[in-house]
Design a protein around this ligand. Structure first.
Ligand code: CA
Length: 224
């Protein structure tokens, strides 16, 4: 397991990393909100332990932004406060569980185990549009009995189009979400990947197509 710890109290952050390390879990640590968000956005963690009060951007805003980017990594929020409203705010923002400081290491580990088990369930989920099914675990795109494997970027682009259902997704949004805001990639890269995807959709003989809306972007449509 690979965890991200976002906590500005360095002693506590280091203690959490030590607790995780003792259990064989690798943890990256950061002490501020914006860095936490950009690390979390890579989607490469199995769980995120997130403090509420953080410099730069608080934990609630961070988890909200993360969910908006389509990243569903389980988040365990930490807070010094105990009020029910704080708990509700955290869960509303998109956190999966909540823990009040101070806590025992056994409780932290138990909650993390529960959260990552839940991800196990989510992992078998699929995304559907028309007669297409995107397997979120294997990255296979299926239609009936035909199936084709998608590369990393193809998968991310397809997942975003499918999760937007029939709504238009702009090239800029695809570029930011799939390649990242600071990437060297251009809208040409998006066009290239959409064209790869069109070939693969054709290969599985789906009735779904990626329609280009000039100046606006793309959306999925079922063709008669
Ligand atoms: Ca704090």
């Amino acid at each position: 397991m690979n965890a991200l710890v976002v906590e500005d109290e360095r002693n506590l952050a280091d203690a959490i990393c030590q607790i995780l390390a003792d259990e064989g879990t690798r943890a990256d640590v950061t002490y501020d909100g914006p860095t936490g968000l950009s690390m979390a956005r890579t989607g490469s963690y199995d769980a995120i332990i997130l403090d509420v009060m953080l410099p730069g951007m608080d934990g609630l805003e961070l988890v909200r932004e993360l969910r908006r980017s389509g990243i569903s990594t389980p988040v365990l929020m930490l807070t010094a406060r105990t009020s029910t409203q704080d708990k509700v705010n955290g869960l509303d923002a998109g956190a999966d569980d909540y823990m009040t400081k101070p806590f025992e290491s056994a409780e932290l580990l138990a909650r993390l185990r529960a959260l990552t088990r839940r991800t196990g369930d989510v992992m078998i989920e699929e995304s559907n549009f028309g007669d297409l099914t995107l397997d979120l675990t294997t990255h296979d795109l299926r239609c009936g009995t035909k199936s084709v494997h998608l590369s990393g970027k193809e998968f991310e682009v397809m997942r975003m189009l499918m999760s937007s259902s029939a709504r238009v997704v702009s090239k800029r949004d695809l570029l930011n979400r799939v390649w990242g805001g600071n990437s060297e990639a251009s809208e040409n890269s998006v066009e290239a990947y959409v064209s790869f995807l069109r070939k693969k959709i054709k290969h599985v003989e789906s009735t779904v197509q990626i329609t280009t809306l000039r100046m606006l972007g793309y959306r999925l449509e079922v063709i008669a």
